[in-house]
Design a binder for this molecule. Structure first.
Ligand SMILES: O=C(O)CCC(=O)C(=O)O
Ligand SMILES: [Fe+2]
Length: 265
């Protein structure tokens, strides 16, 4: 019987890049490239807003978080901060997770002159809270591909689930060997990725900034949601995400902080 081996997933590779979403394929591959998914007038509106924001607030220098330089730290103004509510996107999210949809996170991941470098192989879920049914919607506002540090996905790898720790994955220590794909994305395309899927990205070797929105949707029963996007809430309880340390009397992170303080002394 074949369930989730690299061979099973390899047979589906030609189906993950299409103009129509296929949930049965996505469930097995954990990534789907939806072509021409977003109307060009919306893309133009978002790109214009981005160009204004970039010129005004970011071009001269932005806050670069050394452990993840691609993740924009600055607060997104106007439509850039709320576009995750757009019906076009919410309807795709419903195809992935059902009629009641919430949002976990909404951010920009960019490769400009301050964040050209590679992003190591990892899965995102280990940095999240709440349930594991989450998916990133990567929305390129520029070309995003091999030339400018586009994302590389490893279809099928979400089927291992959470790997037990957070950090750089070592694919050589897995018995099964997985193939990566680096799609050439254009504005209007949409890459949907299960948050358990292994992924990374390469160096931006071209002069073209890679501008990608990363919006994480999930079912509205997840207590880690920050906003409702479609349908109705399916939870009465919510996690306070401001400071996860508050949820613990002691934890691995509090221990690391304590050890660092002891080292400084
Ligand atoms: O934007 C990229 O190239 C990768 C970013 C990423 O995977 C992350 O921040 O989790
Ligand atoms: Fe990631």
């Amino acid at each position: 019987m074949s369930y989730n081996s690299p061979e099973v997933v390899a047979q589906l590779i030609y189906k993950i890049d299409a103009e129509k979403f296929d949930k049965s394929v996505f469930d097995k591959t954990g990534v789907f490239i939806l072509r021409n998914a977003i109307p060009q007038d919306l893309i133009k509106e978002w790109r214009t807003a981005w160009d204004e924001f970039y010129a005004e607030k970011l071009a001269a220098g932005r806050t670069v978080y050394k452990y993840n330089p691609v993740a924009l730290e600055e607060k997104l103004p106007g439509v850039l901060g709320t576009l995750y509510k757009n019906e076009v996107l919410a309807n795709y999210a419903a195809q992935v997770w059902g009629d009641n949809i919430g949002i976990y996170h909404h951010r920009f991941v960019i490769k400009d002159k301050q964040s050209k470098n590679e992003v190591f192989l990892h899965q995102d879920y280990c940095y999240h809270s709440g349930f594991h049914n989450k998916s990133s919607f990567f929305i390129p506002l520029s070309y995003a591909g091999k030339e400018n540090g586009g994302l590389t996905f490893y279809p099928g790898t979400h089927q291992y689930g959470f790997l037990g720790d957070a950090g750089e994955i070592n694919p050589d220590n897995f018995k099964d060997k997985w193939l990566g794909i680096t799609p050439e994305l254009q504005p209007g395309d949409l890459a949907i990725m299960n948050s358990l899927l292994w992924h990374g990205s390469g160096l931006n070797v071209s002069g073209v900034d890679r501008i990608v929105i990363d919006t994480i949707y999930q079912p509205a029963n997840d207590p880690s949601c920050i906003d409702l996007v479609k349908g109705e809430w399916q939870t009465d309880i919510f996690i306070d995400r401001e400071n996860p340390l508050k949820n613990f009397k002691r934890s691995r992170v509090s221990r690391i902080i304590q050890l660092e303080e002891e080292l400084k002394k």
